[in-house]
Design a protein around this ligand. Structure first.
Ligand SMILES: [Zn+2]
Ligand SMILES: [Zn+2]
Length: 508
């Protein structure tokens, strides 16, 4: 039997791209109209992985990121102050105030944290800001070509989408100097030599707009214009753009027939769905921003999540309990050298796991009362080597933030400094059990041994069901009826404290 090793999807895509000799530019782009969320991240990570695969093959390749900062504000999103932003609708994101007052513009407000997140994930991109691309005149040749080919573009849109554009439709949207909007103006003429466009606006404004920042191409033309100008050879995009008659279809024809350039190699990807909240969509407001996610999920794990899954398969993401399994799955793969190509493409092939499962670390930090030095001591006492305490503490930091942000209540606990009121009024059998356990505990016992001891002592105390014994332990230490696995839990606590508390609860 011939064993065929499945090729990683990024290698397949890179092989297909290299049918066309480079240099290559992979272009990603996200509109900074709201929080840039983990769903958007799939685009950038997918592009980064293809970029790596191309570079490994010796291809000359650049990873670009176009921030659509010159797009108009479409509407007052739920997270915006309506009184402030209603009048900003239709104005470019780079030209309107930021929601917090701390950034140069609305676009910067959402862009800056996202670019910082990319740095944290060690994804290096060449950043293009659309407002600067327009203002610098970079796209003037494409604006002129598009204005001249207005009828051809209208025909392409009709043939691909079945929709006829309005009679006064233009591929260029001038910004009205009177009201600042680019969504209402009509083009009434243009001058190729002066690089200007004449317009009128329903607000009563009329004037001449410069092709250097006085407006922008409409989305379906803007996209192919930048493919032709940069030029872009590879473009990943979400499945919404990939439909028949979608913006990739029309863009590819406009790129060839209007801008005389080949369209980029398309890489279509499925959504990341945020479990319990449906597809992530900025306009709906149910978002999980990338920077917030990186507080609780190490960057290498986030990259691995996207890299291990083929682009056209959906990724379900749940920041609750399943997040712990995701981190452990990553660690296990790294420890076992499994999924080696995905780890390598995720930039994690040199990663050394800290040696404590994340699920366990979530308990450890709570047992140590969030004292990370103490957590290291406890772990070492219980047979964990902890070769790299700094790495362990870094991981523990993720566990702590996860507990604060996303943990369901049942996994949270805290060891009570004095006997909790819930420990009073235990059944006689439970009190007998605690007293016997205090007497039988030995300092050198491991979690496993204490676990077995609990069953033996419960039996001796006449507790038929183990649950009554465990409940007695949790009530004595946590003031509740459930908790982490009791044997290991007790093994993690200071032994003198444990016996004293057991005796105290038994006597109360
Ligand atoms: Zn701001
Ligand atoms: Zn106007």
């Amino acid at each position: 039997m011939v064993h065929v090793r499945e090729k990683h999807w990024a290698d397949e895509i890179a092989g297909a791209i290299l049918q066309v000799p480079g240099p290559h530019e992979i272009s990603t782009g996200i509109s900074p109209s709201g929080e840039i969320h983990i769903g958007n991240l799939r685009e950038v990570i997918t592009a980064d992985v293809v970029h790596r695969a191309l570079r490994e093959r010796g291809a000359q390749a650049v990873l670009g990121y176009v921030a659509d900062s010159f797009d108009p504000l479409r509407k007052v999103y739920p997270f915006l102050d309506a009184a402030v932003y209603r009048e900003q609708i239709g104005r470019p994101l780079s030209e309107i105030p930021c929601p917090c007052g701390g950034h140069a513009s609305y676009a910067d407000h959402f862009l800056e944290p996202f670019l910082r997140s990319l740095e944290r994930m060690r994804i290096q991109v060449k950043v293009y800001r659309a407002d600067r691309m327009y203002k610098s005149g970079l796209l003037v040749p494409q604006i002129i070509q598009a204005l001249k080919a207005r009828d051809l573009i209208a025909r392409i849109l009709l043939e691909c989408t079945g929709r006829q554009v309005e009679g006064d439709w233009s591929p260029f949207n001038p910004i009205c100097q009177a009201c600042g909007r680019m969504t209402e103006t009509s083009v009434t003429g243009f001058s190729e030599s002066a690089e200007t466009v004449d317009y009128s606006c329903p607000c009563g404004g009329r004037g001449i707009a410069s092709m250097r920042g006085g407006g922008k191409l409409t989305w379906r033309v803007d996209w192919p214009a930048r493919w032709a100008r940069i030029p872009v050879t590879v473009e990943p995009f979400g499945k919404d753009h990939a439909t028949r008659g979608g913006s990739y279809d029309t863009g590819a024809r406009i790129c060839r027939e209007v801008f005389n350039a080949p369209p980029p190699f398309p890489v279509t990807y499925e959504w990341i769905s945020f479990k319990g909240m449906g597809d992530m969509s900025k306009s709906k407001g149910n978002v999980l921003s990338v920077h917030r996610m990186l507080e609780v999920l190490p960057p290498e794990v986030l990259r691995y999540l996207v890299v291990k899954t083929r682009p056209m398969r959906s990724i379900g993401f749940d920041p609750g309990l399943p997040l712990l399994s995701l981190v452990d799955e990553f660690d296990d793969a790294a420890a076992a050298g499994r999924d080696a190509r995905a780890l390598q493409l995720a930039g994690a092939d040199q990663f050394t796991p800290v040696g404590v499962p994340f699920k366990h670390l979530v308990n450890v930090v709570q047992m140590a009362d969030f004292d990370l030095d103490q957590a290291v001591v406890i772990l070492r006492r219980n047979g964990y080597a902890v070769d790299d305490p700094a790495a362990l503490k870094e991981r523990a930091g993720y566990a702590i933030r996860w507990l604060r942000e996303f943990a369901p209540p049942e996994v949270k606990f805290s060891v009570q400094r004095s006997l909790p009121p819930e420990a009073r009024g235990l059944q006689p059998g439970q009190r007998r059990f605690l007293a016997l356990l205090a007497a039988a505990l030995r300092p050198e016992m491991t979690g496993e041994e204490i676990h077995e001891l609990i069953y033996a002592v419960a039996n001796e105390a006449g507790l038929e069901k183990g649950t009554a014994a465990f409940e007695a332990i949790y009530r004595a230490f946590l003031g509740r009826t459930k908790g982490p696995r009791a044997g290991w839990f007790l093994a993690f606590l200071e032994r003198g404290f444990v016996t004293a508390r057991l005796k105290e609860a038994a006597a109360s």
